[in-house]
Design a protein around this ligand. Sequence first.
Ligand code: SF4
Length: 409
Amino acid sequence: MTAPRDTAIDIALLDAEGVRPQVAAAGAAIAPAPDARTNIFDLDRTGLEDFFEQKLGEKRYRAHQVMKWIHHRYVTDFDQMTDLGKALRAKLHEHAVVRAPEVLLEKPSADGTIKWLIGMDPKNAIEAVYIPDKGRGTLCVSSQVGCALNCSFCSTATQGFNRNLTTSEVIGQVWVAARQLGNLPHQRRRLTNVVMMGMGEPLMNFDNVVRAMNIMRDDLGYGLANKRVTLSTSGLVPQIDRLGEVCDVSLAVSLHAPVDELRTELVPLNRKYPIEMLMEACVRYALRKKGASVTFEYTLMKGVNDQPQHARELARLMRRFDNAVQMKDAAKVNLIPFNPFPGTRYERSPEEDIRAFQKLLQEARVLTTVRRTRGDDIDAACGQLKGQVMDRTRRQSEFRKRLAAGGGT
Ligand code: SF4
C-alpha cells in the first residue's frame, strides 16, 4: 500500500536488497494473450459443478476431483490428474485452463513473515503477506489493484484505483502462498487464517471476493473454518448486509475514529455511510449468528485520533454495540500503530500513548488488542503493501464518478 512504481524498477530495487527471484511453477504462468477457455480458478464448487455438467456434459463429482488436484496437491496440468480419463482430459484441454498468478518475487523476513510480489497481468502486480504466529499462519490477501476510497492515511489511496481482481487472482494469492509453504489442507496446515486486508476494498469487488472466500472455506479448497476467514471493510453498509445474506465469514471494520467529523476526514466514505448507519449494519451482521463478534480496527495516529477523549468515545460506541447484540465482548478493538509512508502527513502515536489508549478501553471493559508490527525488514506491515498501477488516473476518476452516483462493482 504505497505509491506506484514501475514494475521493472520495483524488481530491480528489491533485487538490490537481496530478494530471491522466483521462477513461476510449470503451468502457473500468466498467458500472454487472452484465452477464451474457462480458467478453473475462477469457479467455486457450485460454479465448477455447473461447468462440468453444462459445458462438458460430465457428472458433477468430476469437479470435486479437479478441485482436489488444484487446491490440495497444487497440480495445474490436466495430464497429471491421473484419476481423470483420457477423453475427459482432452475435453478439459479444449475448454478449460488452470492459470494461477505468477510469483515474481519472494521476500522472507527474519521473523518468519514472507511477502510475495505476484503478477496479475503484464502491467499489474500486487503483494500477499504471510505472517506466522504461535500455532497459526495468516495470509493477508488483496482484492483490488489500488483503491478508489481515498482514505487520507492509506498509502494505497495515493495510487488510485486500477481494477478489481478476478476470482482467480484473489484465490490465486492463497494458492501461491499455500504451495510455497507446502501447506496440505488436511494434514500439514501452515495456512490457518486468511484476512482480506490487503490492497483494495473487498466489498467493492463483491462477487469475485465471495466466490474466492467460498473456495477458502470449502473442504475441497483450503478447508478453513468460517471464523478463520476475515473480510475487512471500510464500511460499505449495503454490501455488509448483502454479505450477511450469502456468506458467513468474520467481519472486521476499519473504524479509525469514534465521531463522524474525524472519521470523514480519515475515511471519506463516512460521508455516505456515517458511524450510526455503519454500527447498525454491524449489529445486523453480528445478530445473524449466535456468538458472532465484529472486530473494529483503529489505526492510531499521533495527535489525530489517539487522545483520551477519543478512547472514551470509542469505548461508549463499543459498549452500545455489545448492548445491541446482547453479548459481552461482541465488539473487539484492534489498535494498529500507524505505519508512516513517504509523503504522508500523519505520524505514528508514541508507544506510551498507545498503551494509555489501550488501558482506557480496557478499563471500560472493551476487549482490546494491539497489532504487533511484523516483517519490518521487508516492509510487510499493514499499510505498506505495494502495487503497480498503470493508467490509473483515468480509471480512478471513472470509478469515483460511479461511486458518487451510488454504483458499486
Ligand atoms: S478502503 Fe482500505 S485500501 Fe482503500 S483507501 Fe481506505 S484504507 Fe486504503
